[in-house]
Design a protein around this ligand. Structure first.
Ligand code: XMP
Ligand code: MG
Length: 189
């Protein structure tokens, strides 16, 4: 790893404190309600695990896996469902948990898809958001950190499936992805 990591953007303690803060807001907003939190595989695994354990209200957890076509570090908005929910969400309060909102294309598609199933509500919680990269307006109720428009790794986020296990958020040294720029293909979240 060493040289592939450029710098640490958000340290482990800062990240954990923010997740607890978000959990406190979610506890207050959904008190007395039946909440289903939906993690988007694979990136949201760390946020889901930490958020779920920080919540004090009872929740159910479910997962979706989606993939967008396009170059390695870009979203295209063309989304394919690789794994759908196990749960029927009709009439239920749904909170989608994401690692990062970049262009917003993936999540905008996902929210539209979930709303067509007639849930009581659909909201979004994301650990990270890149305001300068947004291409579609998207209403996000819970945001951990707004970050610069740089490719980040760690805390669930990968580059070519690596670095997901880092407990912090770091930036990837440009030489890593420039080297692979010619590669194209299906990118799983
Ligand atoms: P969009 O552009 O549709 O993209 O909002 C959302 C998904 O793209 C991935 N993504 C990243 N993954 N570092 C990553 O490791 C990044 O900086 C990054 N930006 C976007 C991620 O899977 C997210 O769910
Ligand atoms: Mg993701």
């Amino acid at each position: 790893m060493g040289r592939d990591l450029e710098r640490i953007l958000i340290g482990e303690e800062e990240l954990q404190a923010k997740i607890k803060e978000l959990a406190g807001k979610i506890d207050a907003d959904y008190a007395g309600k039946d909440l289903l939190i939906v993690g988007v595989l694979k990136g949201a695994v760390m946020v889901m695990a930490d958020l779920a354990r920080a919540l004090r209200i009872p929740v159910e957890m479910d997962w979706m896996a989606v993939s967008s076509y396009g170059a390695g570090t870009r979203s295209s908005g063309v989304v394919r469902v690789l794994k759908d929910l196990d749960t029927d969400i009709a009439g239920r309060h749904v909170l989608v948990v994401e690692d990062i909102i970049d262009s917003g294309l993936t999540l905008s598609w996902l929210v539209h898809n979930l709303k067509s199933r007639n849930p009581a509500s659909v909201e979004i919680c994301t650990a990270l958001r890149k305001p300068d990269a947004i291409k579609v307006p998207i209403d996000v109720k819970y945001v951990g950190f707004d970050i610069p428009n740089e490719f980040v790794i760690g805390y669930g986020l990968d580059y070519a499936e690596r670095y997901r296990n880092l407990p912090f958020i770091g930036t990837l040294a440009p030489h890593v992805y420039q080297k692979d720029a010619a590669k194209d293909g299906d990118r799983s979240e």
